[in-house]
Design a protein around this ligand. Structure first.
Ligand SMILES: C[S@@+](CC[C@H](N)C(=O)[O-])C[C@H]1O[C@@H](n2cnc3c(N)ncnc32)[C@H](O)[C@@H]1O
Length: 323
């Protein structure tokens, strides 16, 4: 939304309060507790060991934004809170708690723009919320992508920086007789193993530990899937990585890069433009790229027949190419 009035300016300035209302309730376990049954503030406060007066003020505000309903003194989750904020298969809790963790990085944004490099240390549980959050974000998209980018029997696919392995599991499930590997950092794969076990998919996907900028990627692969990776790295590191990928792809094999893509000029869509600022705050050298920039990097790395897919409403799009 464009800021053209004083009201809109005030709304932008207060935006963090709306976010924090959601984060606080989620972090305190309010939605999961109410999913077990409606409750008044005093009973809920006892159950969650919270201050009843302050909790009731928080609950009233949550009623105001539509996440809770209230009859007399009793609060209950609205459907959206039951489905997406309480524990359950559709829960978005991990990605939202990851957004809360990123808060700390945004508080030093000004320092980063001044040219400072030092970042605050990561909170305990950061990596787990981050990786499980990637699963929250990619559940539906992975089904769409695995259909759109098929694997033939005997083909070998690499999910580079595959995190929770959502895409890898979807390919392995959909195309039996293929081999799918997730390559990621050891601290991430520790979480990936837990997720695969919970899904009963430990045997469907191979895991390869390493730092993709430093270590061998293995291969050759018929498909390398690089989803939401490049934005965390500078152009120089992206090129280094794509050149390594080029060497790891079999002759005639494919690479597909999925990103929050900016339009040329870099000011829209708003999602990727904001995300690019997030990368300034959270990484050393990262930013959101345009599909033109991704294509140019793929070309320099030695790929050909580059195809730019149309981004979805959030600006997520795929640029693919052949080795
Ligand atoms: C934003 S997540 C994307 C996860 C997944 N590809 C997806 O789209 O849902 C970035 C992933 O890249 C991994 N990663 C980042 N830097 C890495 C590196 N240098 N070597 C290996 N993996 C890395 C992270 O651990 C994380 O799993």
């Amino acid at each position: 939304m464009q800021v053209t009035t004083v009201d809109a300016l005030m709304e932008m300035s207060h935006g963090y309060q709306r976010s924090m209302l959601l984060f606080a309730a989620l972090d305190l376990g309010v939605f999961s507790a109410l999913a077990k049954g409606p409750s008044d503030a005093a009973r809920l406060a006892r159950r969650l060991s919270l201050d009843p007066r302050n909790l009731s003020i928080l609950l009233n505000a949550l009623v105001g934004v539509g996440l809770l309903g209230k009859r007399g003194k009793v609060y209950r989750n609205k459907e959206i809170a039951d489905r997406f904020l309480a524990d359950g298969p559709l829960s978005k809790a991990s990605i939202l708690l990851h957004h809360l963790n990123c808060w700390t990085e945004w508080t030093t944004l000004g320092r980063k723009i001044r040219g400072g490099r030092k970042r605050p240390g990561k909170k305990k549980g950061y990596q787990e919320n981050f990786i499980r959050g990637m699963e929250d974000n990619s559940r539906e998209r992975a089904v769409f992508i695995a259909k759109k980018i098929p694997l033939r029997k005997g083909e070998r696919a690499l999910d580079l920086g595959g995190g929770p392995g959502t895409y890898a599991v979807e390919w392995a499930k959909r195309y039996p007789g293929t081999s799918v590997t997730v390559f990621d950092l050891p601290e991430t794969l520790a979480i990936t193993r837990k997720i695969l076990k919970e899904k009963g998919a430990s045997r469907q996907v191979a895991l390869r530990e390493g730092d993709f900028l430093r270590d061998r990627l293995g291969g050759p692969y018929d498909l390398v899937w690089i989803s939401q990776i490049l934005h965390a790295y500078s152009e120089k590191d992206c090129l280094l990585l794509l050149r390594k990928v080029r060497r790891a792809v079999a002759r005639g094999g494919r690479v597909a890069v999925q990103e929050f893509l900016l339009e040329e000029g870099g000011t829209s869509p708003p999602g990727p433009a904001f995300f690019s600022v997030h990368m300034v705050a959270a990484t050393e050298g990262g930013k959101a790229y345009t599909s033109g920039e991704v294509s140019a990097m793929l070309k320099i790395a030695g790929f050909r027949r580059i195809v730019k897919g149309r981004p979805d409403v959030r600006g997520v799009g795929v640029v693919s190419a052949t080795a």
